[in-house]
Ligand binder design. Sequence first.
Ligand code: FES
Ligand code: FES
Length: 217
Amino acid sequence: MDSPTTPLISRRDALLAGAATAAAISTSSAPAAPATAQAAPAASAAGFRAKLSLNVNGTAHALDLDTRTTLLDALREHLQLTGTKKGCDHGQCGACTVIVDGRRINSCLTLAVMHDGAQVTTIEGLGTPQNMHPLQAAFVRHDGYQCGYCTPGQICSAVAVIDEVRRGIPSHVSADLTARPILSAEELRERMSGNICRCGAYSNIVEAITEVAGSKA
Ligand code: FES
Ligand code: FES
């Protein structure tokens, strides 16, 4: 009698049997693949495209995009607006923050086709080197950056934060959800917590935003 640990079939026999089965299947008279099978991927790829329009920084753009294109890639790769940065591409760093219809969003986490007809503001739409937005000027004054990679997202986010406070939108740390929020350091850090700065310029960023919010919020 075989012991419980004695295999009934050797590993070599099992491999040979498997190879023989595979060969038999590959040479069997299975029906030929339909003639259209080869064309299917191309047809599917065409089906993934969509026409849409985006108004970016006051200019209307007609786009014909793969429906899987993120808003971030639409801006950077199709409209050549490379001021908006791709940091993590996973919604974790805030480098890709833009303002869509008045609200800040992570453009890497949303598809361009979801924003057909939307008004998009990127860092290029806020100001120019010759005519900076007050927040851009404050970031320069307060040294609110080091490498600058996070800066476009920080500034777009801060613009929307000041607007949120002005409109009385509470945050997670607001003590009274019905009172008009004050942009305290705690409120500011909470509201800007989605924007990571790997250079650690946080204290200067807070100073820059506080200065502008003080005159606007
Ligand atoms: Fe979008 Fe990091 S690139 S959150
Ligand atoms: Fe370098 Fe913020 S300035 S990541």
